[in-house]
Design a protein around this ligand. Structure first.
Ligand code: ZN
Ligand code: ZN
Length: 465
């Protein structure tokens, strides 16, 4: 299938949850995961691939009428590499001092002898045209006849009087090389359309990103509110459930839309099979889960839309190069200064925000372990270097007169005392990891008992083995 049709179809097909589905209870939303259409405004802002293709035809025709068909330009480009021969320059940033607007400019370097183009590779029609342009320009500007052996210094000193592009004479060969700027119309039109659309997409993506940021923050607040263990037993149970859910959803790094879709489908299936949602006890938690799924679907929709548009830009630029040999596939992305679409950073940034604002509301035990004994770091001792260890491990290090933090080698161990007890962290751990804290306290006591009473010590009041 041709890309133009593929692109059109993709725009009609892709989508996220429909409004109807988001209103369903979470279990059903899981089952009826399917795609709706993209919002009309998105479709309207998509890269106008067909229009660009038509415009490209005009560019090609325009170049052909002046003898600069793709083969001639390809030849010129090839000759550019061998020393002494100059080909052409196709500069998209034609007016560097003028705003961000692209102004493409094609400059050809030709060898002139007595006003006649002598490059044998060029067709007679091309030579004819170039002579007309070169000589026409020279007369227009009342330039003196072009003399051989003009060196760089003298042409540089003339820079103030006339723009370099029109007057530069470079003496690399016996024949002077003349820069001829080719007046073109339709390439300007082409890049106008493309650049405007990339800007429009950037704006749209900026707005979407703002909207999603709001949604993410709101979900984060809901999660913080509903899952606080202090809210009671149900909240504590739900917190444990959330922990299991987010363990499944661990990978929030950059990925392609196809990978993200696969991951999302897998995630929902797992959550469904393990009955995580059914087991959430508070209705607020179940609502938050639906929000979480919707957010994922919206992120995915954004990612897909961005991807197909990026692909459309790549394809149309490749086509441009194939038809003209002007080599814009590499230069356009640099010249256009796209902050979002071509940078491709929006979905990635948003996924990072989900991690930091939503998933982080459910603390994971891994983040609160003592780096020495790998149990929860309780009682937590925060050293001067900000590293946190459990009190037992600190005591043991001090007994061995170890001076340096095992993580950063800071000279902090022997300086630690009661002041380093992190009261806030202790309260936090008791609230969010009560089971682990209890087990750790018990283990600490047992260990201390064994140190005092010998290896046979057990913590039971009267334990018969
Ligand atoms: Zn420890
Ligand atoms: Zn340290």
């Amino acid at each position: 299938m041709k890309f133009a049709q593929e692109f059109k179809k993709a725009l009609q097909r892709e989508g996220g949850f429909t409004q109807r589905e988001t209103a369903l209870p979470p279990q059903s939303a899981l089952l009826t995961y399917c795609f709706a259409r993209l919002p009309q405004r998105w479709i309207d802002s998509a890269i106008p691939y067909g229009q660009l293709k038509k415009c490209l035809k005009k560019v090609t025709r325009e170049l052909e009428t002046i003898g600069l068909d793709r083969d001639t330009l390809a030849q010129l480009a090839a000759s550019q590499t061998s020393a002494g021969d100059l080909g052409f320059h196709y500069d998209l940033d034609g007016e560097p001092f003028n705003s961000k607007h692209l102004r493409p400019r094609l400059t050809i370097f030709v060898h002139l002898k007595d006003g006649v183009v002598v490059d044998a590779k060029l067709s007679p029609a091309t030579r004819d045209f170039l002579e007309k342009v070169a000589i026409g320009r020279a007369e227009q500007q009342a330039q003196p006849a072009i003399t051989p052996d003009v060196d760089h210094e003298s042409s540089a000193s003339d820079d103030n009087e006339a723009p370099a592009s029109e007057t530069d004479c470079i003496s690399v060969t016996p024949c002077p090389v003349r820069q001829v700027e080719i007046p073109l119309v339709f390439d300007g039109e082409f890049f106008d359309i493309l650049q405007n659309d990339v800007f429009e997409l950037d704006t749209l993506q900026g707005e979407e990103a703002e909207r999603l940021k709001g949604e993410i923050a709101s979900l984060g607040r809901t999660m913080t509110r509903t899952t606080r263990p202090a809210n009671g037993k149900k909240a504590r149970d739900d917190m444990a459930r959330w922990r299991e859910i987010f363990e499944l959803e661990s990978d929030h790094g950059a990925r392609t839309a196809a990978q993200a879709l696969k991951q999302l489908q897998w995630f929902q299936q797992e959550v469904l099979q393990r009955k995580h949602v059914q087991n959430l006890r508070l209705s607020a938690s179940r609502e938050a889960f639906t929000m979480f799924l919707n957010l994922n679907a919206m992120l995915l929709q954004n990612l897909k839309f961005q991807e197909i548009n990026q692909l459309a830009v790549t394809k149309i630029l490749k086509k441009f190069d194939k038809r003209t040999s002007l080599g814009v596939a590499k230069t356009f992305p640099v010249a256009v200064h796209s902050e979002r679409l071509l940078a491709g950073s929006v979905a990635r940034d948003l996924c990072a925000q989900v991690s930091s604002e939503v998933i982080a509301t459910v603390p994971q035990l891994d983040d609160y372990l003592c780096p020495i004994c790998f149990a929860v770091a309780y009682w937590p001792i925060r050293l001067q270097c900000e590293h946190v260890f459990c009190s037992r491990c600190l005591v043991k290090m001090q007994r061995k007169s170890e001076r340096f933090c095992p993580l950063c080698r800071g000279d902090v161990i022997m300086r630690a005392g009661l002041d380093n007890f992190d009261k806030a962290r202790a309260a936090f751990l008791r609230e969010y990891f009560p089971k682990e804290v209890k087990e750790k306290v018990k283990a600490n006591e047992l260990e201390r008992g064994k140190e005092i009473f010998g290896p046979d010590y057990t913590d039971g009041p009267c334990c018969v083995m």
